[in-house]
Design a binder for this molecule. Structure first.
Ligand SMILES: Cc1ncc(COP(=O)(O)O)c(C=O)c1O
Length: 396
């Protein structure tokens, strides 16, 4: 390695010295609201398990049955010999659920976002991206040759300015891309206004609904349902790795021509193994459960409302909203230290939450991000708030 190991070790040491090392907590149980870890039992408030489906018995059974019926792996990309009828059935189910003509599965939503821009946009085109979009959108945009524009988070005046700039440069196609729900803040993108602006400028709209599909909107169809713009969004990307069972896999749901072209050209689709049969079967059951019952969404909303109101009563500063991502703010210069001490003290009390600070969020805006789930009981939510209060008293 000619000294490379020493260089890498120095880089790791610097990460550690900056307090940025991510240490994985080892879980010894299935993913759920109550988990055990090698460090003890914990009430879990940091999974993306919004609908509580990650260990749902019907999904586990569907995946188990699929092992017998469909085997373990595909050992092929989709277009060679990696497409079972159930892959196509799942794509149709997703399209139906989110309200598009068709959809295409990817190994992950990271890959969906990584593959789409290059296929749709060339040097004569423009992509206009919210500054807080997910890393996979940023990387996907980097991989395409379109002219790049960025607008301030959810700032419609700035989006208009960027649309004007793209138009003035004579862009052939323009694509506006946004997360449907921003994962650090729990804020929703203002899709109605985004669609209005896009229509005014003849642009397409793409929404990454990874933190929305399954539970945002009355029937959980996503942020475009919540804003009443289901027929105005051109492209939806999403994940099977969060609310929809939390397995793995991602998708692009869109107009037929977009899906068809992605099947011909999207590199992560063409050059990566097909989603495993048991994951396809489990995810299919997860979407059916999300589609057919409002109950998990009702419980999730109740939990989020209860948590927000109890925490506000207890004097904590929250970012406003209705999303089950609830950022508990620790502003100011020593906010990062306090947030991390409170999170540590809570874990000692058996409540698992995560503190985020710069560079993941802006300086001075440290927070503990709490994620509610339909798997939490009312008592779980109350226990979390009590742990916050006790930890705050302890840390001072
Ligand atoms: C907004 C957003 N997009 C995409 C992804 C990636 O999804 P996946 O885990 O399916 O790659 C995530 C996951 O963190 C996300 O939060």
């Amino acid at each position: 390695m000619y000294g490379v190991k020493d260089q890498l070790r120095a880089e790791l040491d610097q990460i550690e010295a900056d307090g940025l090392t991510k240490n994985e907590r080892l879980i010894t149980t299935p993913q759920s609201s109550h988990i055990s870890t090698t460090a003890g039992d914990a009430l879990n408030f940091c999974a993306n398990n919004y609908l509580g489906l990650a260990d749902h018995p019907e999904i586990v059974a569907a995946a188990r049955d699929a092992l017998d019926e469909w085997g373990f792996g595909m050992a092929s990309v989709r277009f060679i010999c990696g497409t079972q009828t159930q892959h196509r059935d799942l794509e149709r189910l997703i399209a139906d659920f989110v309200g598009t003509q068709d959809s295409i599965l990817f190994p992950s939503c990271f890959d969906a976002n990584g593959g789409i821009f290059e296929v749709l946009l060339g040097p004569e085109d423009a992509v206009i991206s919210d500054e807080l979009n997910h890393a996979s959108i940023i990387d996907g945009v980097r991989l395409c040759k379109a002219q790049r524009y960025r607008y301030r988070n959810r700032d419609m005046a700035d989006l208009r300015a960027q649309l004007e700039a793209a138009r003035d440069k004579g862009a052939r196609r323009t694509l506006v891309v946004t997360d449907g729900a921003f994962s650090m803040d729990g804020y929703l993108a203002p899709l109605e206004q985004i669609c209005d602006l896009a229509e005014e400028f003849g642009a397409m709209v793409m929404v990454d609904d990874s933190h929305a599909t399954g539970f945002i909107g009355e029937k959980g169809r996503g942020s475009h349902e919540a804003y009443g713009v289901m027929d105005r969004v051109d492209i939806i990307t999403g994940t099977l790795g969060k609310a929809l069972g939390g397995g793995s896999g991602g998708f692009v749901a869109a107009h037929q021509e977009i899906v068809d072209l992605l099947k011909q050209r999207a590199r992560p689709y063409l050059f990566s193994n097909a989603v495993a049969p048991s994951v396809v079967a489990g995810s299919t059951r997860a979407i059916e459960l999300a589609r057919d019952s409002d109950e998990p969404r009702r419980v999730l909303r109740r939990n989020a409302e209860l948590f927000r109101s109890l925490m506000t009563e207890a004097g904590f500063e929250l970012l406003p909203g209705e999303h089950p991502i609830v950022p508990v703010m620790f502003p100011g210069e020593d906010g990062a230290r306090r947030a991390s001490q409170v999170a540590d003290a809570m874990l000692a009390k058996g409540v698992y939450v995560i503190a985020f600070s710069y560079p993941v969020v802006p300086k001075g805006k440290a927070r503990i991000r709490v994620q509610l789930s339909a798997a939490h009981s009312e008592d779980d939510v109350r226990a979390c708030v009590e742990a916050f209060v006790a930890a705050r008293d302890e840390v001072g």
